[in-house]
Design a protein around this ligand. Structure first.
Ligand code: MRU
Length: 349
């Protein structure tokens, strides 16, 4: 998507340097962060300089590529890649796109180094193509005049380009539909108020940020026509892990009879995870809950304690929404229902 008239992806690779929009500085500063080796790329994933399931998948692929490009002894390449995969996979435990990417490059390396390079580069490109199609299919269920609620950031920052939940919104807006987006703030890291709001603002899409606990209020007042969020991992039975707070929205949507869709590429579906109970939920540092970060009156980044000094916090990064609360999955192959058979069919040609 464009930033100040110039097209950017959330991340890309130049020679062996992974370049990424520093999402921790947005919306206050637009800066590119450079990772010159696999350790720096892993650190950037861990600290969420790049984030969102699709983008961390692409970063994982690029980190494997950095190992290939740094390799000095071809006989040791495969064992080096196994170690790199372990290192990359340990950065964040929930989004399956990361493991999909590292596994794909490792498998390709069994055939040839050249094929592994091709596969590592293809992950980001395919994510972009899938996102475009998610936009096209998702646009079909957005009617003119719709108000859409979304949670976290499932836009182009999270999926290299276009997005998952935001792709249908961009497509609807570009096709001339009058839409309005309710953007959940998404505490504690505020991916909604910082990143989704920034994205929508850049593209001119009408929106307002709402506090995380305001969704049910607007649903009860019939202000919301549809809810679309992204996903970090979808189990074989349709249970879906996404940013903490998604489950509450889905429960409220069911109560008020509002369609609740998950938009995700097939790379986010994980048939080896039978159901939501098997998904590992990342626990992040308590300081993300206890402190707020932003710019102060002197235009300097600052952190503020916003809780009782001495109290501890617990910080689960994701929750799991059971399949029976989800109306359908918007994928690059069309909109599918949430049962096991439809999910399996996604992987048939
Ligand atoms: O912790 P984050 O910011 O990486 O979590 C991202 C989300 O939960 C998104 O909603 C999800 O990745 C879907 S968009 C690819």
């Amino acid at each position: 998507m464009k930033v100040n008239g110039k097209h950017y992806r959330a991340l890309w690779i130049e020679n062996s340097t992974v370049c990424m929009i520093n999402q921790n500085l947005l919306p206050f500063e637009f800066k590119i962060h450079y990772c010159s080796n696999i350790n720096e790329t892993c650190e950037a994933i861990k600290t969420m300089i790049t984030r969102g399931a699709g983008s961390i998948g692409a970063a994982g692929g690029y980190a494997m590529l950095q190992t290939i490009l740094e390799n000095k002894n071809p006989e040791k390449l495969y064992s080096e890649l196994i170690l790199s995969k372990q290192k990359i996979d340990s950065t964040r435990p929930t989004a399956v796109n990361l493991f999909y990417a590292t596994q794909r490059v490792l498998e390709a390396a069994k055939i040839s180094k050249e094929f592994a390079i091709k596969e590592a580069l293809a992950i980001a490109d395919e994510c972009v193509e899938q996102s475009k199609l998610i936009g096209k299919f998702g646009n079909e269920i957005i009617k003119d005049g719709f108000a859409i609620e979304t949670h976290c950031n499932a836009g182009w920052l999270a999926l290299v380009d276009y997005g998952s939940a935001l792709a249908p919104i961009y497509a609807a807006f570009e096709s001339g539909k009058k839409i309005f987006v309710y953007v959940d703030e998404t505490r504690p890291r505020c991916q909604g108020s910082r990143l989704t709001a920034w994205e929508l603002f850049q593209q001119g899409v009408p929106h307002s940020i709402i506090p995380d606990n305001a969704g049910a209020h607007y649903m009860s007042h019939k202000k919301i026509d549809i809810i679309i969020t992204g996903a970090d991992r979808i189990a074989a039975n349709g249970d879906t892990a996404n940013k903490i707070g998604t489950l509450e929205k889905a429960i409220a949507a069911k109560f008020y009879n509002i369609p609740f869709y998950i938009a995700a590429p097939s790379t986010t579906f994980d048939l080896s995870t039978k159901n939501g109970n098997e998904i590992i939920i990342e626990e992040r540092d308590q300081n993300e809950v206890l402190y707020f970060s932003g710019k102060n009156n002197f235009n300097k980044f600052s952190e503020f304690l916003i809780a009782n000094p001495g109290s501890k916090a617990i910080n689960p990064a994701f929750d799991v929404t059971p399949a029976n609360l989800i109306t359908g999955f918007i994928t690059e192959k069309g909109i599918i229902s949430t049962n096991e058979t439809s999910i399996k069919n996604l992987f048939k040609n």
